[in-house]
Design a protein around this ligand. Structure first.
Ligand code: PMP
Ligand code: GLN
Length: 385
């Protein structure tokens, strides 16, 4: 007998656009301003702490919910920044990046026929997990150019089958931020429903121009039905460490943990212990990060004014969307391919973040978590367009 051929469980899914673009950038020697990968190392003290914990013998499994030292450091941060008090024994779970927190949460909550509301453009990892669970995504477009949520549209989309609404603030790829009024409106809309909320806040520490970041952690009514997801990858220039976490009330956390314990059980102990120590030693890191990235954003904005790309400087994240409609009238995926092949600059098109019917914009995303020289070199190539 020949080996069986698998019937795909994810017919719409190929290799992610981030992987495709990074692979191509490396093959072609292009400047990689595509995938969200910082070009900087984590803080040296944090790296030393990892080494110390490895040498101190902290190399075996952590508790399933996460090293207690890290859960305590996260709890202190949540109280300091968002006024939220959590029980470290029951409400916090450390995961393999934000990705696993999202995946375990969706798997814990969504069953066959359940509906999940996403806002387009939506990060690419949400929908495949919903589909694996037999759920159905209702994808609502964000309103351009602000990428704001059309609340009446959300209200109209909710129904007794709605199991989950997934928010992402600060938003990848647009940088849009939800305000306190937005969260109040959402709370009002969800009040009569049985829907849970997932708030993907992995860019929580990259907010510029004095804007306040309003976390679901700071909104008690929403927090009572929410799983809030974050990641240390962005905050500490350590995307390859894949350490993230989620916060949820006890009953919700218990369900997420039932899945987490079989997805990963626990994540790298010396990394967790090092991050815990660093959070205690350097709580100012998170507060200083916005200025670091704002300077990058400003440099990129200045450089982009010399191109024919149109843009509004992003208020958050390390991504800048640019509109190329003055340069070409082609689909964004084609434009990105043209940029990388003919001009040696990798970008990310927005269409892979959207359902097929909402793929019409002329936008690509540039990642500015890069050295100044890299940004200058990329902009010089873009100026030739
Ligand atoms: N959510 C969003 C919006 C992201 O951009 C990313 C990754 N960059 C993640 C989740 C996943 O985070 P992690 O790398 O920690 O898994
Ligand atoms: N989140 C990163 C981005 O938006 C990519 C992460 C990944 O490659 N999975 O670029």
């Amino acid at each position: 007998m020949t080996a069986p051929i698998p019937v795909t469980r994810l017919p719409k899914v190929g290799t992610t656009i981030f992987t495709v673009m990074s692979r191509l950038a490396s093959e072609l020697g292009a400047i990689n301003t595509g995938q969200g990968v910082p070009e900087f190392d984590p803080p040296p003290r944090l790296c030393d702490l990892v080494n110390e914990h490895v040498r101190a013998g902290h190399n075996q499994y952590s508790p399933m919910a996460g090293a207690i030292e890290l859960r305590e450091a996260i709890a202190a941060k949540l109280e300091r920044l968002y006024g939220r008090r959590v029980n470290v024994e029951t409400d916090l779970t450390v995961t393999a990046g934000g990705t696993e927190a999202l995946c375990s949460t969706i798997q814990a909550l969504v069953g066959p026929g359940d509906e999940v509301v996403l806002f387009d453009p939506a990060y690419d990892s949400y929908e495949p997990v919903v589909e694996l669970c037999g759920g159905v995504c209702r994808r609502l477009p964000l309103t351009q150019p602000e990428f704001s949520i059309d609340w009446s549209r959300l209200e109209a989309a909710l129904n007794p089958r709605t199991r989950l609404v997934i928010l992402n603030t600060p938003h990848n790829p647009s940088g849009a931020l939800l305000s306190r009024e937005d969260l109040d409106r959402l709370a009002e809309i969800l009040r009569p429903t049985a829907a849970f909320l997932v708030s993907d806040e992995v860019y929580e520490h990259m907010v510029f121009d004095g804007h306040a970041f309003v976390s679901v952690n700071s909104h008690p009514e929403l927090a009572a039905r929410a799983v809030v997801v974050s990641s240390f990858g962005k905050t500490y220039h350590a995307t390859g460490w894949k350490i993230g976490y989620c916060v949820a009330p006890q009953a919700l956390s218990a369900e997420v943990r039932k899945v987490h314990q079989f997805n990963t059980f626990a994540v790298a102990t010396p990394l967790q212990r090092a991050i815990a120590d660093f959070m205690v030693e350097c709580p100012e890191w998170e507060l200083e990060l916005p200025a670091f990235y704002q300077a990058k954003r400003d440099l990129l904005s200045d450089l982009l004014t010399r191109t024919r790309l149109r843009f509004k400087p992003t208020p958050s994240t390390y991504f800048q969307l640019v509109d190329y409609s003055d340069i070409a009238d082609v689909a964004d995926a084609d434009f990105s391919m043209h940029l990388i092949r003919q001009h040696g600059v990798a970008t990310i098109p927005v269409s892979p973040f959207c359902a097929a019917q909402s793929r019409s914009e002329r936008l690509v995303r540039i990642c500015f978590a890069k050295h100044d020289d890299t940004l200058r070199a990329a902009a010089e190539r873009l100026a030739a367009l």
